[in-house]
Design a protein around this ligand. Structure first.
Ligand SMILES: C[S@@+](CC[C@H](N)C(=O)[O-])C[C@H]1O[C@@H](n2cnc3c(N)ncnc32)[C@H](O)[C@@H]1O
Length: 273
């Protein structure tokens, strides 16, 4: 693993408009409920891989007058996050471009560190966790949450859905990311130098009725159009152009089926310094 690993990694979902709309639906209150009891006014927080910043802004509300730093490898995400902070008038937050492998912070600079659905995308989770541990103070806590792909369920199992799941898993493998690392989060946190950990698993409906189905439809329709995902799938001959189009075209019919159902499984863990 070299210092420029982050540049060689390619982020699964890309940075088109649809991914922003998807991630902007997230809130710190809901997505990080397992961390809430450990948040307090005045704390310094770092949100690693903050994306469009909706979670980061919720963290800023929770620790005000404490300061929150959101970092992301992608400048387009940071622009969106900064605009959202301006619109909301949130002033105790700032955003910086950085890799999770090299956080722009001194040792022991933060009380709380968050990585929400980020470490699943990197090729060296232990290195990312060691870096998070480095920037936390004694008494600090890390909150890490990531999916466990083998636990994903989508019904009905149409040929398009089966292929879609297979392509997502293949991409992660091709990118040296793991679809199962989250099951070992407690061990990884201990190996990274945390003294104690807590972990729970959870489930989130992503293809039931209403809003859930809308989000799943958006993912199904757009993921296969994401330029670098599409290019890799075609180059590697994992699927043909017409199979990819079929996945995308099936999205609205699939999401509107009366028997549509799906959920993802995730692991959420706390690491205490
Ligand atoms: C699935 S998004 C999650 C965004 C946000 N945490 C949320 O849950 O809404 C993953 C984010 O991690 C960022 N990312 C991927 N690899 C990274 C790395 N090596 N260092 C920092 N950020 C990274 C991506 O640019 C993307 O914005």
């Amino acid at each position: 693993m070299t210092p420029d690993s982050a540049q060689q990694e390619r982020y699964l979902h890309g940075y088109e408009e649809w991914t922003r709309r998807w991630m902007e639906t997230r809130t710190a209150e809901r997505e990080l409920a397992f961390l809430t009891p450990y948040l307090a006014p005045g704390q310094a927080v770092i949100d690693c891989g903050c994306g469009p910043g909706s979670i980061t802004l919720g963290l800023a509300d929770a620790v005000r007058p404490g300061e929150v730093l959101g970092i992301d490898i992608e400048p387009r995400q940071l622009e969106v996050a900064r605009s959202a902070a301006d619109r909301r008038g949130t002033t105790n937050v700032r955003f910086e471009q950085a890799s999770i492998y090299e956080l722009p912070a001194p040792d022991a600079g933060f009380d709380v560190a968050v990585a929400h659905f980020v470490i699943e995308h990197v090729s060296d989770p232990p290195r990312a966790l060691r870096e998070i541990r480095r920037v936390l103070r004694p008494g600090g806590v890390a909150a890490i949450k990531d999916p466990y792909y083998p636990g994903f369920v989508f019904r009905p199992l149409t040929p398009e859905i089966v292929l879609f799941q297979e392509l997502m898993a293949r991409w992660q493998k091709h990118n040296n990311a793991s679809t199962t690392y989250s099951a070992d989060l407690r061990a990884h946190l201990l190996a990274a130098g945390f003294s104690r950990t807590l972990a729970t698993a959870g489930m989130e409906a992503v293809a039931g009725a209403g809003q859930d189905a809308m989000v799943f439809r958006m993912i199904l329709e757009n993921q296969v159009k994401e330029p670098s995902f599409r290019e890799t799938v075609l180059q590697q001959r994992w699927a043909t152009e017409s199979q990819l189009n079929a996945i995308s075209d099936s999205a609205s019919t699939f999401a509107e089926r009366p028997d549509v159902f799906g959920f993802i499984v995730f692991v959420q863990a706390l690491g205490f310094v």
